[in-house]
Ligand binder design. Structure first.
Ligand SMILES: NC(=O)c1ccc[n+]([C@@H]2O[C@H](COP(=O)([O-])OP(=O)(O)OC[C@H]3O[C@@H](n4cnc5c(N)ncnc54)[C@H](OP(=O)(O)O)[C@@H]3O)[C@@H](O)[C@H]2O)c1
Length: 255
């Protein structure tokens, strides 16, 4: 492994690490040498990822069952993660939900929940964990946004609002934290084969998403690992406030 990508001695917290992109990043970071802390609501999924990743890599993997839509649980998550792991060097704000609703049909409770999960919890967790990164003069914060935070799609009002907001927040945080050796960046994924889009789209829409990319296919969840490792390691030491599109070229298309 190139030393720039070596995470030996580092500890990563990945929200939504029970399946999908979070699961892939937990494995990828552990393979690069990091100890990993994951959280989500489904304890059985977290336990399965813990067993799989620790068996495959020999790294320490811990988890907490947490609902990040509850601000008190987010505060407790930060305390628990620091107590169990001693330090968090890399924070990946990955947990996210998408409840599509056209503008005239938005349910207030759904709107509030999406803002809490996809935006406010990210602020609260980042706020809680960056002080100890600043003390060590090294930290990596990665927000998982979306191509739908750069452009959008019909009925993605709350989703796009939150995914664009984390891009904006990452720029401000990058400026706050740059002098302390802590970088803050976003990844904007295109279509990845996970439960989230699969549960929302019919077959025609799945084909349409694939056709929209330059590569004419959906991504395997493991294809998030390279970009996440780059932004989570010394390889990206002079990259902050950036948004990395990982979309198979979908956003290259104008028409
Ligand atoms: N897949 C794509 O095509 C795609 C594209 C662009 C952006 N993204 C973004 O990538 C991130 C990961 O998505 P994914 O595709 O991997 O989706 P996923 O397979 O549905 O995984 C989402 C993860 O977040 C957790 N989560 C959801 N709500 C939570 C809550 N209230 N509290 C704690 N954990 C919660 C889920 O666990 P529980 O349900 O057990 O809580 C799960 O572990 C999301 O931010 C998503 O918006 C995905």
């Amino acid at each position: 492994m190139h030393p720039l990508f070596d995470l030996t001695g580092k500890t990563a917290l990945i929200t939504g690490g029970g399946r999908g992109l979070g699961q892939a990043m937990a494995m990828g970071f552990a393979e690069a040498g990091a100890d990993v802390f994951i959280c989500a609501r489904s304890g059985d999924q977290l336990a399965a990822v813990q067993a799989e990743v620790s068996a495959a890599t020999g790294r320490r993997v811990e988890y907490s069952v947490v609902d990040v839509s509850d601000r008190e649980q987010v505060k407790k998550l930060a305390v628990t993660a620091l107590e169990k792991m001693g330090r968090i060097d890399i924070l990946v704000n990955n947990a996210g939900i998408n409840r599509p609703q056209a503008i005239v049909a938005i349910d207030d409770d759904d709107w509030d929940t999406q803002l809490e999960v996809n935006l406010s919890s990210i602020m609260a967790l980042t706020r809680a964990l960056v002080p100890q990164m600043k003390e060590r003069k090294w930290g990596r914060v990665i927000h998982i946004s979306s191509v739908l935070g750069v452009g959008s799609k019909e009925a993605r009002n709350a989703y796009s609002a939150t995914k664009a907001a984390v891009i904006g927040m990452s720029k401000a945080s990058a400026l706050d934290l740059g002098p302390f050796g802590v970088t803050v960046n976003c990844i904007a994924p295109g279509p990845f084969l996970t439960d989230l889009p699969m549960s929302l789209l019919d077959d025609a829409q799945k084909q349409q998403f694939s056709d929209f990319t330059a590569m004419n296919r959906w991504a395997d969840p493991r294809e998030i690992v390279g970009p996440a490792l780059f932004l989570g390691s010394d390889a990206s030491s002079y990259v902050t406030g950036a948004t990395l599109l990982v979309d198979g070229g979908a956003y290259a298309r104008a028409l």
